[in-house]
Ligand binder design. Structure first.
Ligand SMILES: NC(=O)c1ccc[n+]([C@@H]2O[C@H](COP(=O)([O-])OP(=O)(O)OC[C@H]3O[C@@H](n4cnc5c(N)ncnc54)[C@H](O)[C@@H]3O)[C@@H](O)[C@H]2O)c1
Length: 350
């Protein structure tokens, strides 16, 4: 029997990721959608052949036939809705960032654990095939110990991601700190920080950084620059921007034996360069290049197919609530660092 899913929130991420990926996955059927905007819920239900439409998330959560819910609503609502779904014994796939603060994230994790349901945070970058290839190169050990990492993510801004909301008149939730938790850092910074943490595969012990609102008419930051210290002593950093065209996701990893560059849209997207120790006196050391085989699709099939596998096997997902919480923790540390001008040590107290 197929897993039965419900999607809460029919906005942009539901339209661009959750609903199409559910439709492509033969293990699952979406049997309910919910949105405050009934017309939008109806439109998605018609497009994807979904039989139940709700405008109140509790009504969807109380549908006894539903096994798993996708939480695709603004950040400030994640905690309440994830806890309600877990208490109704539904597995939960929650969009990034996990929550607005660490207390909420802890409550969500504990509620899912107490109810024996699986909880995954949808951190899209971990399913990018190029990032999977990069992870395999690192696991192979060919770069040796990684000493430093530099990464950047940027797009044109939330008004380009969601042109349907009223950007002139109101204050859309994306740029209202009370509802989003912050600006570019919490919106796209969470992607790059989570990706860097996953690739480096070690704990972060210190963060520091600076944010700025440079060009957008928003009260939240549109840029950020951040420094990281890892538990091994490795150091790194990342930049985020809401004013970058075209979309950019870029990671450089510098190891004892070589360098890897991973870049969205580049050809090849992943390239590894090794110094050749024979060329003493040549500062370039004579490059040897390795281009790993590319891959068009995620080896896990994407977040929805992967989470459905986890549900069928009863396995905890690799982007667990704890992982989502750690990525949020780093960003909260960065906001603190900017406010105080100090380096902030992790783990943070709640
Ligand atoms: N993984 C990614 O790359 C990615 C990209 C963009 C957004 N997101 C995340 O996805 C979430 C949603 O973002 P979005 O861009 O889709 O937002 P959106 O504003 O386009 O969509 C949210 C929808 O939820 C509805 N809604 C809000 N609260 C509701 C409730 N309690 N019950 C029913 N409907 C409700 C709204 O009417 C709206 O249609 C956010 O947490 C965001 O950070 C993730």
């Amino acid at each position: 029997m197929k897993i039965r899913a419900g999607v809460i929130g029919c906005g942009k991420i539901a339209q661009r990721l959750h609903l199409p990926q559910y439709a492509d996955c033969d293990k699952v059927e979406v049997i309910a959608v919910c949105d405050w905007d009934k017309n939008l819920a109806q439109q998605m239900a018609d497009q994807y052949g979904v039989k139940n439409i709700y405008t109140n998330h509790n009504d969807l959560i109380n549908n006894k036939d539903i096994d798993v819910v996708s939480v695709c609503i603004p950040n400030y609502e994640h905690c309440e809705v994830v806890k309600a779904a877990a208490n109704a014994k539904k597995h939960v796939l929650c969009e990034k960032p996990i929550a607005m603060n660490l207390k909420e994230a802890t409550e969500m994790i504990e509620t899912c654990d107490k109810n024996g349901v699986l909880f995954m945070v949808e951190q899209t970058q971990r399913f990018d095939p190029n990032h999977e290839v990069a992870k395999e190169v690192l696991e192979d050990g060919m770069l040796g110990k990684i000493l430093s990492v530099w990464a950047r993510i940027g797009h044109a801004g939330p008004e380009y991601w969601n042109p349907d909301v009223d950007w002139k008149g109101g204050t859309p939730w994306y740029v209202n700190k009370e509802q989003s938790g912050g600006g570019a850092l919490i919106d796209v910074g969470i992607h790059i920080f989570d990706l860097v943490r996953w690739l480096m595969n070690e704990e972060v012990v210190e963060m520091s950084g600076r944010i700025a609102t440079l060009i957008k008419p928003f009260k939240v930051e549109d840029h950020g620059i951040c420094h990281i210290k890892f538990e091994s002593g490795a150091i790194g950093g990342f930049g985020v921007s809401w004013n970058t065209r075209p979309y950019q996701v870029l990671v450089y990893l510098y190891g004892e034996k070589g360098t890897m560059r991973v870049a969205f849209g580049a050809d090849p997207p992943v390239i590894v360069n090794f110094g050749m120790p024979t060329n003493v006196g040549d500062p370039n050391c004579g490059w040897g290049t390795f281009i790993p085989n590319g891959r068009a699709q995620s080896r896990l099939g994407g977040p929805i197919a992967y989470f459905m596998d986890c549900i069928q096997k009863g396995e905890k997902p690799f982007i667990s609530g704890e992982q989502g919480r750690k990525s949020l923790e780093g960003l909260i540390a960065l906001y603190k660092s900017y406010e105080t001008g100090q380096v902030v040590k992790l783990p943070l107290k709640e």
